[in-house]
Design a protein around this ligand. Sequence first.
Ligand SMILES: Cc1ncc(COP(=O)(O)O)c(C=O)c1O
Length: 428
Amino acid sequence: MDREVPLLFQLYSKLRNSVPWIPLLTNIPTPIEKLENLEKKYGMSPSGGVYIKRDDINHGLYGGNKLRKFEFIFGKLLEEKKKGVITFGGIGTNHGLACAIVARQLNLHCDLFLAYQPLTWHVQRSLLLYDYFGAHIHYAKSYTAIALKALFFRLIHPKYYFMLPGGSTLLGRGSPNGTLGFINAAIEIEEQIKQKVFPEPEVIFIPCGSGGSAAGLIAGCKLLNLKTRVYAVEVSNPPFSSEESIIQNSNKALKYLRKRDKTIPQITINKEDFTYVKDYLGSDYGIKTRKGQTAIDLVMQLEGKERGFKLETTYSGKAMAALLDYIGNNENKEKNILFWDTYNSADLDRYLKETHFYYKKLPRQLHQFYEKKHFQCWQYKNCPQKEECSAYLNHDYRCWKVKQCTELERNKCSVYTKLDDAIILEDT
Ligand SMILES: Cc1ncc(COP(=O)(O)O)c(C=O)c1O
C-alpha cells in the first residue's frame, strides 16, 4: 500500500493538502491472524471465527494504538512548528511512553505530567523508560493538580504542543486529529476485507481509555457502511472513558474532516452505533482484575506465546476478558469477531536493562514507588545473582511464570506467597 499518504487521503483526496500527517508506522497494514486454538477452546462454529489485528507490531520500537494517532497529531504539531510536547496520564501511561519515544525520534522535547494510579510492576518499569527515552517527568497525586501544573508550564512554554490524555478530545475540547488515525485504521480493515484476508467481522472488541481509538473505528465503520459493530470496553473512568466521550470524539473528528472535504458523507455517531461494555474495569483505572488476568494467561498460553504478542492488565486484558465472555455465549458462536490488539509487543526489557533499574535518577517524589512495594523476586530478596536470572527486569511481574515453575516448586519457594500477596487481583 502507498505509505506516501494514508488511506484516508486516498479515499478523500481533498484531505491531502488540508490535514496534517507524517508517516510513523513501519509495518502497515498490520496482519490479521486467526486465533484457532482459542476458537477450538470455545467451540466456535466453522462459519464463525476469532481474529486478532496485530497493531502490536505496527512499529519496530513501540507498537500499539498510539502511533496510529500520532501520525496525525505529530503532523499537526510539526506544522505548527512546535518545539516540544506536553501530555498527561497515570504514572504507568503507555501513551506517555509512546510520546517520549516519538518526540525523541523527531528531536522534540517531551514533558509528561503524571498522576497517581495503582502501583504495579508496570508503573515501576514505565517511569524508568520515560526517563530513558528523554522525557521530563512532573508528578502530582491528582489529575486536577497535574492539569494545573501543566497549564502553568504551557504558559511559560508557548512553543510546546498541549496534548490531552490519550491524544483524544476531552469533554468536547482539544483537537480530534488523533481519532483520525483510527478512521484511517477502519479503511485499512475494509481493504483487508476486500482482499479476503478475513471476512467482514460482525464485532470488533477494543479497550476504551480516552476513547479516541474506539471513536475512530466507530466513525470509520459507519462512514464505510460496514456491518461491523464496535464493542468499546470501558477501562478507565469518566470523563475520560464514557459513551459520551466516544460520541464527542467521533463527531468532532467527522466534522473536522467534512469541513475540509465536502464529499465526505454527512453522518453523525450516536449511542445506537456502538456498544459500550461496562463491568470489566474494576474499582478504578489501572486496577488488576481477576477476569482480566485470567484472560491474559489463557490467551497467552493458547496463542500469544507462539505468535509473539502479549496482553496487559490495564487495557487489552480487560477487553480480552469481555471478548471471552462474548464468545462463551452460544448465540455468538457463528460470528466473526476481531480483537484489536492495542498494546506494544516490541521488546522494551533491553532498554530497561540499560537503566540498571537506578530509580534514584528520577525526581525524588517518585522514589516512594520503588521503596514502598516490591513486585519481583529479585527486588524482594535483593538478589546478588539477579543479572543472570531470566526474570530480572522481565516485563512479567511473576517470576514463576517467566521460569515456568511447577506447582511443587512454587509451593516450596520462600517468596512465592509473599509476591502473590503483593499482586492484588480484584473480582469485578
Ligand atoms: C494498550 C492500550 N490500549 C488501549 C488504550 C486506550 O486507547 P484510547 O485512549 O484511545 O481509548 C491505551 C491507552 O493508553 C493503551 O495503552
